[in-house]
Each structure stands twice: as C-alpha cells, then as structure tokens.
Design a protein around this ligand. Structure first.
Ligand SMILES: [Zn+2]
Length: 305
C-alpha cells in the first residue's frame, strides 16, 4: 500500500477504533488481553483458547476495505465531505485506494445512520430556555411525479428552535406547518417563561384582529414577534428578530445542496445536525463508540424516506 501524508498522520489515532475489551465470540466472557495481527486487534480467550476480532458482531464485522481506508473515510466524513468528493480524493493520481464510489456510499450510509441516531436522541431530550428564536422554512418542494411508487406531491418543511447565545438548536421536518404539529413541540422543548421570537406567521400570531395577537402567550411564554411584511428588525426593539435562525436555515440549505440530497433527507438532516452541534473530536468519539456497539447493526436499519 502506498504511504501518504494523510495516512501517516492518522495512523496513531487509528487504534482508537479498537475497543479496550470485547465479549468472547465463543463464550460469555469479556476479554481484555489482545494481540495485533495484520494491523487489527484480536482479543484472546484463555478458556476457549480462541481469538475474537475487535469488530466481531458489529456493523463492521464483514468490512471489505482495509482499516486504513476505513479510518480515512471516517476522517473525511467528519470534514463534511460528500461521498462523491471522497471517492475522488481516494482515487486521485497521487493516492489510490482502489475503492469504488458505491463502497464509499455504503460506509458513509452507516456513519449517517449513527448521526441520525444522535439527532433522534437530542430531539427527544433537549429542552431550550432563555431566548429562543422559532421559524419555519421549506427545505424543498418535491416535484409532482406520476412515476410508479411516487404518485404524490411531497413537501418538506422544517420547523426550527434556536437558543440564542448557545449552539443549541432543534430542527423538525414536517409535511405541513400546522398548529397541531407545532404546539406539542413547543411545549415539549421550550421551558415556560422563556422569551420566544418569531415572525407573524399564523401559527404563532393571530392576524385576524386589527392588531396581531400572540397565540403563544397563553402557554406561559413571553412572545415577541416581528412582521416580515413590514420589516426584518423592529427598529424600536432591535432584539426582536429571527436572524439567528435564518442563518441556521442558510447552513441547512447549503448542506443539502452540497450533498445533492433528493431522497433520504432525514439521514442528511441528521448528518447536518451532527456536524453542526458537536466538536470534531466528539464526533469521532461518538462514531467510534457506536461502531464498537455489538447490539446494533447499522447495515440492517433500512431508511425508505
Ligand atoms: Zn471464550
């Protein structure tokens, strides 16, 4: 195998892929004694006198690429590289890892599923407080198609909650932006007494009266809203705006454009959220921890939406 700068610099950390202990493949014991063979860690069981490979019973049990190549894939994934660009990086004139585009996509999909799991965990547990901007945006409008299997119009809206002064945010995809979808999310994820900033969209504000009236104040929130038809920042109250969450929408859209997502947008959103809210070293740790998990096989989880 050719030696390259990228490979040498990451060789040391590559060992972090290996768990420190492992369940024996042949008996219920946990093993800590290991030996390296052909750059891969094997755990030794004195009782069975057999070796267990570090990735036995995990998603990577049948890994068809070298551990070097896989390590590079993880690092390029954390750099937010799209699969196609990664494929070109690994098959340039300088470096050639002999990896197909299909293989890159296959391993990236495993990593994306782990990101999506993180996204789901965060969207179940997070409660925002203080000053929270709320807004919605249309991610894309699916074209009307009469092709078999997709005979309907499929819109994707995002409803976002962005806490000011921190990196915390929540993004929920939906097909319609109605009150019955929004209100339970608000009550579950924003602490009462928080200050909420929105525009005058009818879900947040009752516009049927002469003066617009907040619909959220009844739920123990302080609600400040700006009418985007008139202005984007209220000049008498410059803190009333939704600019922070508008910037978040800009990044989401850049991400989906960069990755050319047409289907499996949930996986893409999960990946965006993962890169956006976690430090790179924590991303690496999280991916590694889940790749070592013996109880989940990320190959088997199917995503059809
Ligand atoms: Zn054993």
């Amino acid at each position: 195998m050719q030696k390259t700068g990228i490979m040498e610099s990451s060789t040391f950390e590559m060992t972090s892929l290996f768990p420190t202990f492992k369940k024996c493949k042949f008996c219920p014991r946990f093993l800590i004694e290991f030996q390296e063979e052909e750059l891969e860690r094997h755990f030794y069981c004195h009782e069975c006198q057999k070796l267990t490979l570090w990735r036995a019973n995990t998603t990577l049990k049948c890994m068809s690429i070298s551990i070097h190549t896989f390590w590079l894939l993880i690092n390029l994934f954390i750099e937010n590289k799209p699969a196609l660009e990664t494929y070109h990086d690994l098959n340039s004139n300088l470096i050639n890892y002999h990896i197909s585009e299909k293989t890159v996509r296959r391993y990236f999909k495993i990593l994306k599923k782990i990101c999506y799991q993180y996204y789901l965990e965060e969207h179940e547990n997070t409660i925002l407080e203080g000053h929270v901007e709320i807004d919605e945006t249309q991610l894309y409008r699916m074209k009307k198609s009469f092709a078999r299997g997709r005979p309907y119009v499929y819109n994707v809206w995002l409803i976002g909650f962005r806490e000011r002064g921190s990196s915390r945010c929540l993004i929920f995809p939906t097909e319609t932006r109605c009150e019955s979808f929004f209100l339970p999310l608000l009550l579950a994820h924003v602490k009462p007494e928080s200050t909420i900033y929105t525009d005058c969209f009818s879900v947040y504000v009752n516009n049927s009266n002469l003066l617009p009236q907040s619909k959220l104040q009844n739920h123990r929130y302080i609600h400040k809203y700006v009418n985007h038809k008139i202005t984007f920042v209220n000049k008498h109250f410059p803190d009333i705006h939704t600019n922070t969450i508008e910037r978040l929408w800009k990044s989401v859209k850049e991400h989906t454009r960069k990755h050319k997502v047409k289907k499996l947008f949930n996986l893409c959103l999960g990946r965006f959220y993962f890169h956006r809210t976690m430090e790179k070293k924590d991303q690496l740790k999280y991916l590694i921890k889940n790749l070592q998990n013996e109880y989940i096989n990320y190959f088997d989880i199917e995503f059809n939406y």
